[in-house]
Write a protein that binds this ligand. Structure first.
Ligand SMILES: *Cc1c(COP(=O)(O)O)cnc(C)c1O
Length: 359
């Protein structure tokens, strides 16, 4: 039996999402919050976990958690809410509900999962290049692609990963107004950005806002959520597996949201560190660092090879993300996640060494 012939050609053509082994590194590669939980909060949390009935299936609607999320995100009353095992799962649910003939569209460079999931489901995926240098939406190109391809689904990461910028608000509104399909504004980095489309939900029937607790500091939980038009979410909810949010996640996320102050203090520190790191990067010769509304900074090597600098950083015990193999606007580019102050200092020191070849 030829087992490979069992699989769809698009699966055979894909490569699995690769995650680097980070053991023994200062880990600045995955947009995680570097801080753990304060001791007293941890104790309190463990007490809460005792109430988790592990023998029972979790609440399929996660009612308590939904209530906490509605409150902490100030969601409009008329918008529905659907939870996912990370926003990655929500991306998958959205696409599983579409016909095979559907087109998914997203600006590029963008979050790789949009393309990865579309390909794995055999949907047509179309990337539209951002404007070089500014990384703004190329509106003539976007509107033309929308007109000719009539995409069922458009993803706009706001702020964008891996470029870190917020797209122009009016441009997004124009896309919402012209798009025949759904437009997902992916606000994964909302804890670090002073901007959101949540207040616009009542104004656009095709707008969905997606968020996650991962970048806030709960990446290990796997919890994302999607909010918008109830008639759309009603259909998506049929595709969602009933127990996709386990009871440990439900209890822990509710608890964390009730104690949000410590997470908000952490993200505040990360934002302060972000400006320090950006200033330091912009002062280094031979690189261009882009300002960011997220918890990472993209930078391009102008003289040295990004592969060499990445390898030198690794040798010095620092793991960041090498994006140069993605080519195009990301050629010779690296992305660093903002860590603790001492981690950021170690990164900047190691980068200076890498750039001056002292190693
Ligand atoms: C990290 C990230 C996500 C995925 O978040 P999870 O909830 O951890 O699956 C979604 N969108 C963007 C743009 C991201 O950078």
């Amino acid at each position: 039996m030829n087992t490979l012939s069992l699989f769809r050609p698009e699966i055979l053509a894909m490569s699995a999402y690769h995650v680097a082994d980070a053991s023994n590194f200062i880990k600045l590669d995955a947009m995680e919050n570097p801080y753990g939980w304060p001791e007293d909060i941890q104790q309190d949390w463990l007490e809460h976990l005792k109430n988790c009935p592990m023998n029972r299936y979790p609440d399929p609607e996660a009612k308590d958690l939904c209530k906490a999320l509605r409150q902490s995100n100030a969601l409009p009353e008329q918008s529905s809410l659907m939870l996912g095992n990370g926003s990655d799962e929500i991306i998958q649910i959205l696409m599983m509900a579409l016909p095979n003939s559907a087109t998914v569209l997203a600006p590029e460079p963008g979050f790789v999962m949009y393309k990865q999931v579309a390909q794995s489901l055999g949907l047509r995926y179309q990337g539209v290049p951002l404007l070089a240098n500014s990384f703004d939406l190329d509106m003539p190109a976007m509107l033309e692609a929308i007109r000719t391809l009539q995409p069922s689904l458009i993803f706009l990461a706001y702020p964008n990963n891996p470029t870190g910028n917020l797209f122009d608000t009016q441009a997004i509104k124009d896309i919402l107004a012209t798009s025949p399909g759904l437009v997902v504004v992916d606000e994964a980095y909302s804890p670090f950005a002073d901007a959101s489309f949540i207040d616009e939900l009542p104004n656009y029937q095709n707008l969905l806002v997606m968020r996650t607790v991962s970048k806030l500091g709960l990446a290990g939980l796997r919890l994302g959520y999607l909010t918008g038009n109830p008639s759309i979410l009603e259909q998506l909810n049929k595709v969602r597996l009933p127990y996709n949010i386990n009871c440990l996640t439900q209890i822990t996320a509710s608890f964390a949201l009730q104690n949000q102050h410590f997470l908000l203090a952490q993200t505040e520190t990360i934002c302060q560190q972000r400006s320090l790191v950006l200033t330091a990067l912009q002062a280094l010769p031979g690189i261009t660092a882009y300002s960011s509304a997220a918890n990472f900074i993209l930078f391009k090597l102008l003289i040295k090879s990004a592969d060499d600098v990445f390898a030198s950083l690794k040798k010095q015990g620092i793991l960041i993300k090498n994006l140069s193999h993605q080519g195009g606007m990301l050629s010779n580019s690296l992305r660093v996640t903002i860590g603790k102050p001492e981690e950021n200092q170690a990164f900047l020191k190691a980068l200076t060494i890498a750039l001056t070849d002292q190693l």
